[in-house]
Write a protein that binds this ligand. Structure first.
Ligand SMILES: C[S@@+](CC[C@H](N)C(=O)[O-])C[C@H]1O[C@@H](n2cnc3c(N)ncnc32)[C@H](O)[C@@H]1O
Length: 238
């Protein structure tokens, strides 16, 4: 996989590369862990951070966007009443299916769309959207807005730094400035309840203090959700 020579050209690029990753050393490619066991253990900490931000999570429904092999999903589906796991790569969804998890529905997205009929209390996304081109984020976020209950919340990781950045390949990182981040919330129908920004510019060998923290957005009542699929395309449930 000579990704350094290839330009990131959007969702098709992500699907092909993450499908390939699902057949390679996916624990390392997903979380940097050296073993699957270590990767799975790290998912417990991430799931607890989600639950900490969701009082009443036992009765709540959650959708995880970009669930990968189920590192975090395996715990979410035992904490929340019902869990939806969405990924662009069929190979990743096959890995989750092999885990035979309870109260879980799998969905494959074309990158920004979902099949109609999903309504949830929480949308969660971790280590996913930063691997997409920045121009592709509004469509994804509008879909998230359309499936959230009015009282719901969006909890997600996205790198916010003083310097903007575009990803060059599927495992590279996009960065938003605080201004870009606030504008993104505004244009997609959210208000920002928590923004976790890092100072300076992103560098692979000097990741910012808040790089892995969760932002929290709420649906804005003055901005009605756009119909699901307004975001370029649909998803399917395998
Ligand atoms: C680095 S992995 C993270 C997986 C998981 N969130 C975790 O923390 O273990 C990124 C995942 O996001 C998925 N992905 C990338 N772009 C996506 C998109 N636009 N929609 C859905 N999934 C996407 C990839 O297929 C991959 O499974």
């Amino acid at each position: 996989m000579r990704e350094s020579l290839e330009k990131h050209d959007g969702f098709a690029h992500n699907r092909a590369r993450w499908d390939w990753a699902s057949t390679a050393d996916y624990a390392y490619l997903i979380s940097g862990a050296s073993t699957l066991e270590q990767s799975d253990r790290s998912g417990w900490i991430d799931a607890c951070r989600v639950a900490d931000s969701c009082p009443g999570y036992r009765d709540a429904t959650i959708l995880e966007w970009g669930s990968g092999s189920g590192r975090v999903t395996q715990y979410l589906c035992r904490m929340f009443r019902r869990t939806h796991a969405v990924d662009i790569a069929g190979g990743m969804l096959s890995l989750i299916a092999e885990r035979r998890l309870p109260d879980l529905t799998l969905h494959q997205t074309d990158g920004a769309g979902l099949a109609p009929g999903i309504v949830v209390d929480v949308v969660y996304s971790y280590l996913c959207w930063m691997h997409n081109r920045k121009e592709d984020l509004p469509a994804i976020l509008r879909t998230c807005r359309s499936i959230l209950k009015p009282t719901g919340k969006l909890l997600f990781q996205l790198p916010v730094y003083d310097e903007p950045r575009e990803p060059q390949a599927f495992s590279d990182v996009a960065c938003w400035t605080p201004r870009e981040f606030l504008d993104l919330a505004d244009e997609t129908g959210f208000s920002v309840a928590r923004m976790t920004a890092s100072a300076g510019a992103f560098a692979m060998d000097a990741v910012g203090a808040n790089h892995f923290e969760l932002h929290e957005w709420r649906p804005r009542s003055d901005s009605p959700p756009r119909p699901n699929g307004d975001a370029c395309g649909t998803g399917t449930s395998p």
